[in-house]
Design a binder for this molecule. Structure first.
Ligand code: SF4
Length: 395
């Protein structure tokens, strides 16, 4: 049995808001589909009479997943089984009858050479607000969820053998664990703003390459260059799409990126309008807001603790590039939250903007895949600590 590692300081309890049951495809394994579609839902409730409730997943949707079908959302985008903010399937037949994904949500697991690391998805409102009991006090439940996860993903044995600190700098798992300890120690230093804590992590990793460079955040940071702007634009389009993404648009594509770099402008797109980087840069950020700082801390802590940002945890990226991608996502979070606040006419970013932003990012990160060519391009673009510094100073 592998050791199950549970993060400290992360709580979860379902708040019953029903928001997890909208905004994404609810997938079903062949067993889920067989079990749930065998019920005559039209006879159970009039609301389901004559209604198409399930659909086959398209080939590109099911590639590399254990799923075959999905629940068709209603016109309002919600799962049709959500009734008065409660799951109708659960109410009628019990929790174990629901689609496996709904039983597992929001718990996530990542198998590594030193055991399985548990985290929770920040799509859940309960997780975003850190409600309920600490995960550390839910060990028994987490073990049951891990069993379910193993049944759902029997082939989940990520390959952690090709670890690199940076391109061409192999790293052992034990070395990684030492680096992680340092990254988490910087992140945990609540006396500094989160941007500086992340940049200290970047500086530490660069120093491990034997080429220390000063990475300080300040008003003197250089302005964004063309590549910075296009990277932010391309990743913003992927993680915060202003319209539903079509086939092939969900992931980073190097050819599309090259075309956009050469022929298109760089702006932050938002439904019905777009923003220049200058407009968003000038919009006030609530530095020192304890709730926002805490949410950002928990979000980045979870990704690092769960090893969901480098190696087999994310696109086989080197540790340095994976960490710089986290820094880029922090810049995107700030830009998107400012765009939310501006679009609703608020004078500054508040938790409402942050919650919408973090939930959307978490959803899209869970759905995005990074191919070999694209990962190679990211290694090229994201190794630079100075780029990481510019992105954060300008967000
Ligand atoms: S099946 Fe139930 S838990 Fe799953 S998305 Fe629908 S309402 Fe929510």
């Amino acid at each position: 049995m592998q050791e199950l590692h549970i993060p400290e300081g992360i709580n979860y309890e379902c708040t019953g808001c029903g928001k997890c049951c909208t905004g994404w495809t609810v997938p079903m394994t062949p067993q889920d589909h067989k079990r749930i579609s065998a019920v005559d839902w039209g006879a159970e409730s009039e609301r389901y009479a004559g209604r198409k409730l399930f659909r086959l997943l398209k080939d590109y949707e099911k590639a590399g997943t254990p799923y075959s079908h999905a629940i068709c959302p209603g016109d309002d985008g919600f799962c049709p089984f959500l009734v008065d903010n409660l799951c109708y399937i659960h109410g009628q037949y019990g929790g174990a009858f629901k689609p496996s994904m709904c039983q597992l949500f929001p718990y996530c697991f990542n198998e590594t050479p030193s055991g399985v690391y548990a985290t929770v998805s920040f799509v859940s409102m309960g997780v975003v607000y850190n409600s309920g009991k600490a995960l550390a006090e839910q060990k028994e439940l987490l073990e049951q969820k891990l069993e379910l996860f193993r049944r759902m993903y029997p082939g989940h044995h990520p390959n952690w053998s090709r670890l690199q600190l940076a391109v061409g700098r192999p790293m052992s798992w034990d070395q990684y664990l030492e680096h992680e300890k340092q990254l988490l120690a910087f992140l945990n230093d609540r006396t500094l703003p989160i941007e500086e804590r992340m940049l200290k992590g970047s500086q530490y990793l660069v120093s491990q390459l034997g080429a220390p460079q000063a990475v300080q955040l300040g008003p003197e940071a250089a302005a964004l260059n063309k590549l910075d702007r296009h990277l932010l634009t391309a990743l913003h389009r992927m993680y915060f799409p202003a319209r539903p993404l079509g086939k092939g648009e969900c992931d980073f594509n190097i050819w599309r990126f090259a075309y956009q770099f050469l022929y298109q402008g760089a702006r932050i797109a938002f439904p019905d309008r777009s923003f220049t980087f200058e407009e968003l840069h000038g919009f006030p950020w609530p530095s020192g807001d304890a709730d926002i700082e805490d949410l950002l801390y928990r979000y980045f802590f979870s990704r690092i603790f769960g090893k969901l940002y480098f190696g087999a945890g994310f696109g086989q990226l080197s540790l340095l590039t994976g960490f710089h991608h986290l820094i880029l996502t922090l810049a995107l979070i700030k830009l998107q939250a400012k765009a939310w606040a501006k679009s609703r006419g608020a004078p500054r970013v508040s938790m409402v903007d942050m919650v919408a932003t973090i939930r959307e990012l978490e959803k899209r990160l869970g759905e995005s895949r990074l191919g070999g060519w694209e990962a190679g391009a990211w290694e090229l673009f994201l190794q630079s600590p100075m780029r990481a510094r510019r992105l954060l100073a300008y967000a």
